[in-house]
Design a protein around this ligand. Structure first.
Ligand code: ARG
Length: 436
């Protein structure tokens, strides 16, 4: 069955049908499609298109479909899309009165409504994932609160920081990601139903009541816009690409930090793999896949932006591709956040290696320059003085605290012995100069 066969003499070609059919993907909208149809039926009752008996038959029929089918079962049935499946199945249950359900609506406003409900729920799930990941990061920071690691710029040792400081950097990123998703909800939360195919409905349905029933707080203002507005999909893809960009950077860090060369982290066997050939290997596949999924998700955003930019006003079938893109991005985000959380919760810090790295006193060079500043030397001069000391230490293959600094400035004779200890470098950052 097709919802539009009447105008056609010929059957569609199977190869075209394969391209046109979206049920394999939009079957996941089964639940929301039925909710939307039930709300629509009630509005048809309200404006007199349906009698009480007709409405009851339709409403109960729809409810039955929901209890009898799962999206998985629906996927392989021979219909064009989820809307066709629901209408055809309803007709097989309650007969010709099912044909009244589609009064005053189009699949265009219907799918836009379905998808907004779906996206709203998807965002809720991502927000919970993000919170759980932030909690895991906070816990790791607390568990290793006295551990200091090098902070890097240009992936060269820069200055020591606490492990917790590092973890909290990612808490900030994931917090912003949550904020972005949350803020986008106000633009998802708009009811398109009642817009018809493009120009609105002739039946004076009470859209406010429909909105209320479906939990939308606003109704769309313009039918031409509402039926082809996919800003909410673009925003979701963009937010997904950004959160995965953060996930990917964390993954990249931890791939590096867990190498034999760095050796700061021991990744759990729960999130690593071995090699079929090299018996010694423990590979960070989870992180590598997160890195790749971040790239692919960026591609989904770029792809769908490309789809949108060339569309003439009004619905075009190009829009059907929105679901494949968003569902894939959604899956990528959920999987990546879960694996990341598991990795964070199960990682072990190799504190012998972090301690050794943190004791690299070249990372205290800036503090040495600042010490001279505190004694009244202009920073440009103190930078120059310490740079000379650095050069000398490097030439002698010594650490910065192993050479006689007073030969570079007599003021260094007042330098406290433990001035370059990593704890002290770190602690000074959060104290006022008077306490130093
Ligand atoms: N499967 C379609 C989609 O997802 C439903 C809307 C079809 N509308 C139409 N005019 N052919 O976009």
């Amino acid at each position: 069955m097709k919802l539009w066969q009447g105008r056609f003499e010929e059957e569609s070609d199977p190869v075209f049908e394969k391209m046109n059919r979206s049920l394999g993907i939009d079957a996941v909208l089964l639940e929301v499609d039925i909710r939307v149809s039930r709300a629509h039926a009630r509005s048809l009752l309200g404006c007199g298109v349906l009698t009480q008996e007709e409405w009851t038959a339709i409403d109960q029929g729809l409810e039955q479909i929901l209890s009898e089918y799962s999206p998985e079962q629906v996927k392989s049935s021979p219909y064009e899309d989820i809307h066709t499946f629901v209408e055809a199945t309803l007709a097989s249950k309650i007969g010709p009165v099912a044909g009244k359900l589609h009064t005053g609506r189009s699949r265009n406003d219907q799918v836009a409504t379905d998808f907004r409900l779906f996206v709203r729920k998807a965002i809720g799930l991502i927000l919970a994932d993000l919170e759980a990941l932030q909690l895991a990061l906070i816990e790791s920071g607390a568990r290793y609160s006295d551990i200091i690691i090098p902070a890097y710029t240009h992936l060269r040792r820069a200055q020591p920081v606490r492990w917790s400081h590092y973890c909290l950097a990612y808490v900030e990123m994931f917090r912003r990601d949550g904020e972005r998703f949350e803020q986008s909800l106000s633009r998802v939360d708009i009811l398109p139903l009642g817009s018809g195919a493009v120009a609105g409905s002739n039946f004076g349905v009470d859209r406010e009541s429909v909105a209320k029933e479906l939990g939308f707080s606003k109704i769309s203002a313009n039918s031409l816009d509402a039926t082809c507005d996919r800003d909410f999909v673009l925003e979701f893809l963009s937010n997904a690409a950004i959160v995965l960009t953060h996930a990917s950077r964390l993954a990249e860090d931890w791939i590096i930090y867990s190498t034999e060369e760095f050796g700061f982290l021991e990744l759990s066997e729960k999130v690593t793999t071995g090699s079929s050939l090299m018996p010694q290997k423990k590979n960070p596949d989870g992180f590598e896949l997160i890195r790749a999924k971040a790239a692919m998700t960026t591609g989904l955003l770029a792809g769908f932006l490309g789809v949108m930019k060339g569309l003439p006003t009004g619905y075009n079938k190009d829009l059907q591709e929105d679901k494949e893109a968003l569902l894939k991005a959604f899956e990528n985000v959920r999987l990546s956040l879960s694996v990341l959380r598991l990795s964070v919760r199960t990682v072990t810090l190799r504190t012998d290696r972090t301690e050794k790295a943190a004791r690299d006193t070249f990372m205290g060079a800036t503090d040495l320059a600042d010490f001279l500043v505190m004694k009244g030397v202009p920073f440009r001069s103190s930078h120059e003085i310490v740079a000379r000391a650095v050069r000398a230490a490097l030439q002698q293959r010594k650490q910065l605290d192993e050479i006689d600094l007073t030969t570079f400035s007599p003021l260094f004779s007042e330098l406290p012995a433990d001035y370059l200890a990593p704890e002290n470098i770190v602690n000074r950052k959060s104290q006022s100069p008077a306490l130093r």
